[in-house]
Structures are given as C-alpha cells and as structure tokens.
Design a protein around this ligand. Structure first.
Ligand code: 2P0
Length: 361
C-alpha cells in the first residue's frame, strides 16, 4: 500500500485474517542510553527513520476452537521456525494482555524477515518490534474498529513498540521521531515517540546514512546490559543533562538546515555513548580497531575538503556515515576507496532517511 497512513489503514477489512507491515530501523542522533521502570528512558532521544534497513512481519490469526489462558504463537524467522525468538515474543505478548484483550482468544502465526543479513551486526530490534507492534494494532483495528484515526493508531503502535524495545518506539514515524519527555518539546512523553511532522528543513531531505559493517560478530555486552550499567555510572547525571541540551540544539538544527551544528552534535553523541561504556563498572569497549580507523579518516577528510561528512555509532562497532544528498557524488568515492576496505567482506548498507512504515498488501 502507498499513500498516507490513514489511506493505508482504511484498506484494512474486518474479514482479513492476516496483516503485514514493513517497518524500518532508525539511527539515533541524540542517544537513548539508560532506562528505568517499564522501558522508560532516562533522557529524551531523537532519530532519523531509515529506509533500506527494515523488517517485514506478517501476523496471521485464527480464533481458538476452545478458549484457554495460553498465548499461542508459531514464529518463523527468515522462513524457518525459531524457538528462541518464539519464546521471547510469547513473553512479550504475555505482558500485553491489558493492552490487547484478544491475545488469548486466537492462535497466531508470526513470520518475520529482515532486509539486512541477520549476521550483519545491524541491530534489528527497532524494526522488528515496531513491525510487530504495527501488526498487533492493525489486528485490534480489524477486530474492534479502534483506533479510528491514524494519530491514535501510531500513538499506540509506538507505545507497544517501546515495551518491546525502547528505540523501536521511534521507528513508527517518517523522517524524524522524538521519544522522551522534555519540558521545551510540546507533547513529548516517555511513553511513546512523537513525530517531528513537517518541520524538517529541505537540507535534510534524502539525507544519506551509509552503514559500514566493521564487525558482524555478536556484541560482548548487550544493549539491555549497557542500559542497566548506566544506573551506577558516576557520569550518568551529567550525561542526562547533556542529552537534554543536545535535544534542543538538534531540533533547532533540523528546522533551520544547520548541517554543521547537526554534525557536531551527531559525533559528540556517538563519542559520549562509547565513553559511557568505557567508564561503566565493569568497563567495556564495543568499538573495534576498524571503527577508530574510520573515525580518524572521516575527520581528516573533513579537514581537507570541508565537506559535511559526519559519523555516528550505535551500541556497536559499526559506523554510520551521514551526509546530504547534494554532496553524495563527492563523498561516496572517498567512502568506497578509503573506508569500505575496513568493512567485513566490504559490506556497506547504503541507507537514507525514510518515509516510515508501510502496510503491505
Ligand atoms: C538509541 N541505542 O537511542 C540507543 C543508542 C543504541 C545506542 O536504544 O533494552 O535495543 O530494547 O530498550 O532500544 C539500543 O537499545 O534497548 C539503543 P532496549 P534498545 O537508539
């Protein structure tokens, strides 16, 4: 389906017994790092919604013949049954009973696949949990007629996605999404993300994010453990203040098209995130030698050319390279020649800022 989310939702019919959503990953500009309670962030975050890196999820549902209290799911990942994921999702759904009263009345088959290889080192929780949340909200709409409008629908989808994985809350909106309460940002809340609506400056339209796969190995410390280690980190309070300041500066840069200010914050946030990991107790490092080599080359390239190529990092060794479309022809040859050799198997995912999730036929 194409068209607005309202158009897409209006195509849902009460007779259908399966629904498929394609939902993208996102890259945080101001990072969410530290949480409390039930998936509540310690600081607000803002991200670019991506496009090429996405998950397709189909949920089929059949009414149970005899009702019981169990959640019944079959889960297939990339076409094959996957018990580990099935158990994780069953546990997630158990916690959603108060959100979706139908969960124990149906048998569910969930089929999920990613546009990027499972072993590419790209985190899939944001795209996977947002795709699943969108499917569940669509099933609620099919069965009950609610939510009637797309604002309520996306609000709930973001809320459910957050319960699955914090960063997934941001993936339901196009272009730019904000998650976490900030006193100077209207409607911002810890409970779900909100859209940036039409405030993004032209300069960021079609913005590139080339994701350099420096390592595809499993991370030594998961994001869940990383968030938890923020609780004892002596720098945490200062970090949360910095994130609040960076939110305002980033949103200002996104509105005014200030690419240089945007780039400066982008890199500061990446370095802070990894510095927080290094000064956790126990300390850990997720960057690899290749990560540092790429960072140094990007900085030298910028000094030499004055071209606006900036990097950021997720909670891992892979480097995201962000730059405007209008200078792509000048920047890509450098990336290809100097940086791709640092990638495993020369692997780069060439992504862009994206239009958000899509209901598939
Ligand atoms: C972010 N990251 O804002 C930050 C920056 C990684 C670095 O959110 O435990 O998978 O599922 O809520 O969302 C990665 O953590 O953590 C993350 P959970 P999540 O994107």
């Amino acid at each position: 389906m194409t068209g607005s989310i309202d158009d897409q939702l209006s195509s849902l019919s009460s007779s259908q017994q399966s629904v498929t959503w394609r939902s993208p990953s996102n890259i945080a500009i101001v990072k969410y790092w530290g949480k409390h309670g039930v998936q509540l962030p310690r600081n607000p975050s803002v991200s670019f919604t991506l496009d090429a890196a996405h998950t397709d999820t189909t949920v089929s549902f059949v009414e149970k013949v005899s009702k019981d209290d169990e959640i019944s799911i079959d889960f297939y990942f990339e076409g094959a049954p996957n018990e580990a994921f099935a158990n994780k999702i069953a546990k997630f759904l158990e916690g959603l009973h108060s959100e979706f009263s139908f969960l124990r009345d149906y048998e569910f088959k969930i089929e999920s696949s990613n546009s990027f290889p499972h072993s590419s080192g790209i985190a899939s929780s944001a795209s996977a949990m947002s795709a699943l949340a969108l499917c569940l909200c669509s099933i609620e709409k099919i069965l009950t007629g609610w939510p009637t409008d797309s604002t309520d629908f996306l609000n709930k989808a973001s809320h459910i996605a957050r319960l699955g994985s914090g960063s997934a809350a941001r993936s339901v909106y196009p272009d730019v999404a904000i998650w976490g309460a900030h006193e100077a940002i209207d409607d911002s809340t810890d409970l779900q993300a909100i859209p940036f609506d039409n405030q993004l400056h032209e300069a960021f339209k079609g913005y590139h994010d080339d994701i350099l796969i420096v390592s595809a190995d499993e991370k030594s410390v998961s994001s869940r453990a990383g968030h938890a280690l923020m609780e004892g980190n002596p720098y945490a309070p200062v970090r949360y203040e910095q994130a609040n300041r960076n939110m305002i500066a980033t949103l200002e840069a996104l509105k005014t098209g200030d690419i240089l200010k945007f780039g400066k914050i982008l890199e500061e946030e990446a370095m802070t995130l990894h510095a927080l990991m290094m000064c956790s107790d126990p300390s850990y490092i997720l960057m690899k030698a290749g990560t540092l080599a790429v960072i140094e080359k990007v900085r030298a390239f910028r000094e030499e050319t004055y071209l606006p190529l900036y990097f950021t990092l997720d909670a891992g060794p892979n480097v995201h390279l962000l730059y405007p479309d209008e200078v792509a022809d000048q920047i890509w040859p450098f990336i290809e020649r100097e940086l791709v050799p640092h990638c495993v198997g020369g692997k780069v995912i060439r992504d862009r800022i994206g239009a958000g999730p899509r209901l598939l036929d």
